[in-house]
Structure formats: C-alpha cells, structure tokens
Write a protein that binds this ligand. Structure first.
Ligand code: GDP
Length: 316
C-alpha cells in the first residue's frame, strides 16, 4: 500500500460516521470555545470602566447628586436668568432604597482638564475619560452592600470583585450634622468608621503584584445652601472627634470581652494610628488612604458640586 493509499484510507475513515470519529469531533467542537474563554478571561486584567462609589447615610443627597451629574442642573447658567433659577428643583430620580446599586456612566474631559460637570455632560471621544458612578443604599441594614464593594478582589469572589474602584465619595448632610439633638453625627460617623476600617484592612491584605489599589475618600459636606449647614472645616473637626469617640468605645468593648489582648498595629477594630489619643483623618495616610473634606451643594444657591466633580476627575 502506497502512502497515498494510506492517506486516502484515513480520509475516508474520517468521513465515515463511526461513533469514534463522531465523539472526537464533538469533543473538539465543544471544548475549543470553553478553552478559549478560560484563556482570554484569565489574561485580561479587567474590562470594566473605572468606578467611583457613592456612599453616605440616607437623606444626604446621593440620589440628587447622581441625577445632577447625569443630567445637569435644571437651570443652565448660560441660558436662563437668575430669577428663573429654582432654589429646590424637583428631584428627577427617586431616592435609592432598593438593594441593588444604581449606576450611571459619566465622562470627564481630560483635554482640556475638566472645568465643570455641565460642560462635561457633552464630553466624548478620545479627550473624555469614562467612568461609572455607583450609588449605594444608605439605610443601616443595607450598608453591607457598599462595604462589599471595598473588599479586595484577591480575597473575595463577590460579583463586584472585578470592579476597577478608583475613589469613594462619602456624602454627608452638613445641616443635619449641625443639629445637636439629632443622631446624625453619630450615625454618619459610625458609617464612616466602618468604611475607613474596611479600607484600612484592605491595605493590610495587600501582597504581591495583585495588591488592591488604594482608594482615596472625599467627604462631601452637602447642603451648603442651607444657612444652618456647617462649613467643611467644622464637619471635618466634628467627624474626627466622633470617630475618636467611636474608636475608644469599640476598643473598650473589645477589652471588656477579652478580645483586646490580641490587638496589635493591625488590630481588628482600631481605626488609624495604633494608640493615638485623638483621631485625625491624616492618620489614614499610614494605610495609604487619603481623606479630604470639601463643602458644596447639589440644590439651591451656593458653591455647587464643581469641586467634587474636579476631585473625581483627577482620580478616575
Ligand atoms: P439620599 O437618601 O442620600 O439618596 O438623599 P436624596 O438624594 O434622596 O436627598 C434627600 C433630600 O435632601 C431630598 O429632599 C433632596 O431634595 C435634599 N437635598 C439633596 N441635596 C441637597 C442640597 O444640596 N441642598 C438642599 N437644601 N437639599 C438637598
């Protein structure tokens, strides 16, 4: 038998629908796409856009801010007169109480660098940087959702594990914080404590090249249009004081329950520099967490939300 005959026989055999040929062919057809999927999904670092997480207690103005950045103010400074300017525009989006985070895709101009979110509403093409603004529920029972976003992807297998988190905007109601009779200050500080502690733990979980990137935090002191609102410097001082009190109370709780003996520099519940008397946001730099406090407002007359937009633009 010549080589040609052998080849011919093999070709004929491959065309004969024998069970062996059929099963080998079927296996190839089914396995190749699965193999390709695993190869490409393992080598692509991420395909998601940079994201910014919007957190804060209920009523701080998260939904209003999301709507403002997505659709712009109802009054446009170039087209209307001051008398037409509504002081409290009708909210376009409903306040966010569902468990699923609501996300909008936004773009910030990079060339020239962003000057305003109103001009960036039309930003597009190569000079615009796209990012996702992710709103989270502020209700105490649903805050675990926001905290889950901050878990480093190397330690979690949550649906958020592939997010490309660049920054965190913590919105507060600066007018509510001024009221000594309300629980606003302690409630806001409790939430902020949990957020910062999660970022501090994220820093400790860093190892090797797959380390989670640090996430800078902007405490946005909202509702500066209200004359009762605290200025940013006071919001900062009051929050730092309350965070220090919470830290003390929680470490006492640990000691009372016999868990305090294990506390070290990487201790579980202690926020900031270990053993320091008063808490200050600058302590968070030890864990590569930058915290800044800036005042502004979503509605009404005041400094507006431009500084917050600029802060975001510099970090996405
Ligand atoms: P969320 O629970 O954090 O989503 O808060 P919302 O966006 O639902 O806002 C809570 C309330 O605060 C609404 O009645 C808003 O109209 C109001 N609000 C939001 N931002 C401002 C602001 O800058 N100034 C004033 N005066 N009210 C605001």
């Amino acid at each position: 038998m010549t080589a040609l005959d052998t080849l011919k026989a093999a070709f004929e055999a491959s065309l004969t629908p024998s069970p062996t040929v059929l099963s080998v062919g079927l296996a190839i057809v089914l396995l190749i796409p699965i193999l390709l999927h695993f190869i490409f999904s393992a080598t692509t670092p991420y395909t998601t856009l940079p994201s910014v997480l919007l957190v804060g207690p209920s009523g701080a103005g998260k939904t209003a801010l999301l709507t403002l950045f997505e659709r712009g103010p109802l009054y446009h400074p170039d087209t209307g007169s001051a008398s037409e300017k509504p002081t409290v525009p009708t909210p376009v989006a409903k306040t966010h109480t569902s468990q699923a985070p609501s996300t909008v895709e936004l773009a910030v101009s990079t060339d020239p660098p962003s000057s305003s979110y109103t001009t960036d509403l039309d930003a597009a093409g190569a000079t615009a940087k796209k990012f996702l603004l992710v709103d989270t529920p502020g209700h105490p029972k649903l805050r675990a959702h926001a905290l889950a976003h901050l878990q480093p992807s190397t330690t979690t297998k949550t649906p958020h594990s592939k997010t490309n988190l660049k920054a965190l905007l913590f919105l507060t109601d600066a007018a509510a914080l001024a009221d000594p009779d309300s629980r606003a200050l302690s409630d806001t500080a409790e939430y902020l404590y949990d957020i910062l502690l999660t970022l501090q733990r994220r820093f400790h979980q860093r190892s090797g090249s797959r380390a989670p990137a640090s996430v800078p935090v902007l405490v946005a002191a909202n509702k500066a249009d209200l004359f009762t609102a605290l200025p940013a410097a006071l919001v900062k001082a009051n929050l730092e004081g309350e965070l220090g009190r919470i830290r003390k109370a929680r470490s006492k709780g640990l000691l009372d329950s016999g868990g305090g003996g294990e506390e070290g520099e990487e201790g579980d519940g202690w926020l900031g520099a270990y053993g320091s008397e008063r808490f200050g946001f600058r302590e968070m730099m030890e864990f590569d967490v930058e915290v800044e406090v800036l005042g502004g407002n979503v509605l009404g007359e005041g400094p507006g939300a431009e500084k917050w937009w600029k802060w975001i633009g510099e970090r996405v």
